[in-house]
Design a protein around this ligand. Sequence first.
Ligand code: FAD
Length: 498
Amino acid sequence: SNGASVPALIIGTGYGGSVAALRLAQAGVPVEMVEMGMTWDTPGSDGKIFPKVTAPDKRAYWLRTKSKAPVSNFFGFPIDSDIPRYTGVLDAEEFAGITVYQGRGVGGGSLVNGGMAVTPKRTRFAGILPSVDANEMYDTYYPRANAGLGVGQIDATWFESADCYQYARVGRKHAQRSGFAWTFVPDVYDWNYMKAEQAGTVPRSALDGQVMYGNDYGKKSLVQTYLAQALATGRVNVSSLHKVTSVTPASGGGYTVTIDQINTNGDTVATKTVTAAKVFFAAGSVGTSKLLVKLKATGALPLLNNEVGKGWGDNGNVMCGRANHMWDPTGTLQSTIPCSGIDNWDAGGAFAEVAPLPTGIETYASLYLSITNTTRRAEFTWNAAANKVDLSWQTAWKQDSINMAKSIFDKINSKEGTIYRTDLFGGYKIWQDGLTYHPLGGVVLNKATDNYGRLQGYDGLYAIDGSLIPGNTTVNPFVTITALAERNIDNILANDPM
Ligand code: FAD
């Protein structure tokens, strides 16, 4: 509450924030979590907490009046629709050269993501986080993160017969016929629940088109895992619809944190200040970077170093669709939860997920999200005239990623005698090159912070989210974000008096 003094304040309730909250609370430290999005626990008039991907309503988007779906067109028809402005669960945040999709709400990105929970290959780790001891990560922190998140894998036998994964079996066939390594991808979705969905014995979520705007059932988001455990300690308080706008040293020690309470229209209804001995920035790569760049430039935290804002990447995300022959239908019932990928990282720089297109009708399309080994990195800077933070990413940089993804799909198309779909992304585009789901970096570990996330220049300020990772994880990022947070909080609790 306004005027309070707290030992530890965490900005954001995604992966980094939830790990920090749990471990601090278990160590006996009372924790205040501040989250700008809503608490998603109340069904709407349709009986559901979240809308389907095919029918976005106000709950779907963060303060937009029109939906902005990654697959924007279908057979030439635009599918985005007008929606009431509301503090919905998915933010399509637009910078000059890229739209960055992020989760908003208690649970952060875990509310909206596909749950794909991938530990990078150990041989690739040195390229991901060069200053981090790989042995420690693979012996202790990746296993801890996988356990804490509830990561599991699809039953390989069930996979062969499940209607809802016909699209993935078609994806496998095409990958293997072209000689590519195809693998199952672990996920935090409850695979037994999914079996029951397919059998028709429980309410459907993954099999009812829910994912990008939230899942009512089946998915183990942070709300079911880390956050539930953190709240069970009795030492954690979460304030939703509260947005941190400033952090600055307090005269008596610690930090003054300024917080806007907002309503579901995004308007500020109250402004509060809290004094915190320690502040953990866990607002996500974009959120943490934006805050710190602004606070450094505007004089609230002038001693932050010049690495703040640098080293941001898009994890090389690029999407494409292929048009299949009539004898290769991908199925009318598609699980929204991807379960497989094509690994051509070493030879071509791309790891591609076989993604669903859950329209309810046969599309004869195979959709893919590729993660690629692009070396492009952008920087956040303070734009004083416009009073906002800019990002220097250029859309043209995605060509590197497209070329890497083509190392897979040109070959498959030539082998299968198929072509790319041109109707999915508007303007006859083959490649969805305008977005990322995987923002990473901006407050890079061992550069803007020490090797454990302590911000340079200020005792008691930490970054503990995706902002620490310099732009690429070779696979989907949240397991690495979680494992790194586990590692860093261990070191912080052992060395910094709380
Ligand atoms: P986040 O999870 O983004 O959490 C940050 C939180 O801070 C948010 O809740 C935000 O609202 C809050 N916040 C921001 N600014 C403020 C502020 N000023 N004050 C208060 N609160 C604030 N990754 C995978 O590994 N596998 C997947 O299958 C996958 N699929 C995805 C699908 C989609 C549609 C999207 C959008 C992302 C997906 N991701 C996936 C990415 C993954 O969700 C993110 O990498 C991850 O959530 C980042 O974790 P984080 O802790 O850095 O921050």
